[in-house]
Design a protein around this ligand. Structure first.
Ligand SMILES: Nc1ccn([C@@H]2O[C@H](COP(=O)(O)OP(=O)(O)OP(=O)(O)O)[C@@H](O)[C@H]2O)c(=O)n1
Ligand SMILES: C[C@](O)(CO)[C@H](O)COP(=O)(O)O
Length: 387
């Protein structure tokens, strides 16, 4: 069944305190919204992901959506969560899904298990939400601030998102809602006369609401991105005709050029292979075959940017890139910082995370004889542990 997810991200996050709305704050080096979107993008049961945002945050949202699979153009939300969900539902009407999940951007720890159960429960029941048993004794607060014994906790549940529905059911329920201040979509479905069923929630699927939640989330995000991978790359190009070489994205005047199908930037090629290695995605030749005329003379920025995008699509963070250039000439030192800057811009990380080194081979071998330039590279990334 076609299943789309609406991620509501149009709130102001006032309870979380100063600064950016909470969905655009970072935890573990990535925005909360991006982490939430990635959770759904990585799930095979999801067709499209529709973010609902405040128009002031279009640029922030674009940044968080970059390279996320299956994303639709965001729509503008409303004054309340309910109004934002309604805007999302209406936006899906042109190409309606069979099922829709509705999820808070502020819940970045939603698991594959929860997404799968939400889809199955919506298919089976039409309206279903994740619910947790309460672990504490519940008391009711009186007008004079005294406490009295509250309702039987065995009959109570705290509920989460993703809340899951047949699309037509929840769209009509939202259209018929008597008020627009209901705090979840189960309440909207209930108001329209539907029975809403529960499936097991997940205590780890917290909604980031207060500053304390961010402290917990930071610890959790660090633990989630624990698949640290390093991979290497190597490339060689022979000298040929020309008056410059391109190394690390920088044009360096020289007495010869480098021969190759593209611009023969050995440094970017070695870095591309290193990044592809971290996500086990073959090598530069498989992605950009030298036999393909479209890559003739191509700037190698494109190859490296593509590899970086594949890492991001896998939910990864590029934490370090290291390249060593092996040649007798030209001198690399004077261009080192420009190369670091160029590489950082292509991969979209800080130059502080990019290292460029150079060595000669003591006049030994093909580099020593001045026949060409070689480059070695290593890339380190942090990925979610998915096995
Ligand atoms: N008008 C609104 C209000 C809330 N939300 C979204 O609904 C989710 C759950 O709401 P909540 O945690 O209450 O977020 P905020 O309204 O942003 O927080 P606060 O009440 O602290 O301002 C969040 O992902 C939030 O961005 C929304 O899309 N549109
Ligand atoms: C939808 C929800 O996340 C379920 O727990 C919640 O109701 C929305 O957050 P709010 O803080 O109650 O607005």
């Amino acid at each position: 069944m076609r299943t789309d997810v609406i991620v509501v991200a149009a709130g102001r996050g006032q309870r979380a305190g100063e600064g950016l709305p909470k969905q655009f704050r970072t935890i573990g080096g990535q925005t909360v919204l991006r982490q939430t979107l990635q959770r759904f993008a990585g799930h095979p049961g999801i067709r499209h992901i529709l973010p609902v945002i405040h128009p002031d945050h279009a640029a922030l949202c674009a940044e968080s959506m970059r390279d996320v699979r299956g994303i639709k153009t965001p729509v503008t939300g409303g004054e309340t969560r309910q109004a934002s969900v309604r805007a999302g539902l209406e936006a899906l009407a042109g190409d309606p899904p069979d099922l829709v999940l509705i999820h808070d951007a502020a819940r970045p720890f939603v698991s594959d298990r929860l997404i799968a159960e939400a889809i199955a429960a919506a298919r089976d029941h039409g309206a279903a939400i994740p619910a947790l048993k309460l672990v504490d004794t519940i008391k009711a607060l009186g007008a004079d601030d005294s406490l009295s014994t509250g309702p039987d906790r065995d009959r109570l549940r705290s509920v989460q998102t993703p809340q899951a529905f047949r699309y037509a059911l929840i769209l009509h329920a939202h259209r018929a809602a008597p008020v627009d201040t209901l705090t979840d979509d189960a309440a909207v479905a209930e108001a329209a006369g539907h029975r809403v069923f529960a499936f097991a929630g997940d205590p780890a699927n917290i909604k980031l609401t207060t500053q304390e939640d961010f402290v917990t989330a930071e610890r959790r995000a660090a633990a989630d991105l624990l698949d640290v991978r390093t991979a290497t790359g190597f490339d060689v190009h022979a000298f040929g005709e020309g008056d410059h070489v391109v190394l690390g994205g920088v044009k360096i005047p020289f007495t010869q050029g480098l021969a190759g199908h593209s611009d023969a930037d050995v440094v970017l090629h070695a870095l591309t292979d290193a990044l592809l290695g971290t996500v086990a995605s073959a090598d530069i030749g498989s992605h950009f075959p030298p036999s393909d005329p479209q890559w003739k003379g191509a700037s190698s920025d494109r190859f490296l940017a593509h590899a970086a995008a594949l890492v991001r699509q896998a939910g990864g963070l590029i934490t370090h890139l290291d390249a060593t250039v092996i040649c007798e000439a030209p001198k690399i030192g004077p261009h080192r910082d420009a190369m670091r800057q160029a590489i950082a811009e292509i991969v979209e990380i800080s130059p502080a995370r990019v290292s460029v080194k150079a060595t000669t081979s003591e006049r030994l071998g093909f580099t020593g004889r001045g026949e060409g330039i070689a480059a070695l590279a290593a890339a380190t990334v942090r990925l979610p542990w998915l096995d």
